[in-house]
Design a protein around this ligand. Sequence first.
Ligand code: GLN
Length: 190
Amino acid sequence: MKLKIGVLGIQGDFAMHQKSLRKLGVNAPNIRYNEELALCDGLVIPGGESTTFVKLLKKTGMFDALIEFNENKPIMGTCAGLIALSTSLINHNMETLGLIDISVERNGYGRQVDSFIDDVRVDGIETLVEGFFIRAPRIRSLGEGTKAIGFHNDEVVMAGNERILAMTFHPELTNDTTVHRFFIDKYVRK
Ligand code: GLN
């Protein structure tokens, strides 16, 4: 049967993630409700505005459903998605899902004008990946059990644990589907 990897569709740039996943031949439904989540083999939390994400997740009851889902299913988070998944924010007071032990600085590179595109090196991917950093957060520290997986220069920009893959950049904004394939191979199908 075809894999089903949902993309959280309550806010942010979910459509581009769906496009990347569909290119890889998987079902990529838009997920807005708990019942839809339960049918997925994995989930992507896209970029957007993390404060809005958390607010909406709380309101719809999906906040707790995501934590439960992650007990046996993998989640990939990009940019605001990484913020929502993290255990702590160093410059913002907001509840987060706490599913990956990292501490994060929101808008760590500055404002919108400080957004940039640059190469990212990922352990386990042979080619360099084009990273779009858009008002991106910065990972300031990794807890025990969290692995550094991707690097921009020498800075960690992608981290993971058993069932979470989180990155500060947007991999869905290029035609290259390598990062989505990496998530499918290493986390969903493994
Ligand atoms: N700056 C946003 C936040 O802090 C994240 C931006 C993004 O997802 N591209 O939530």
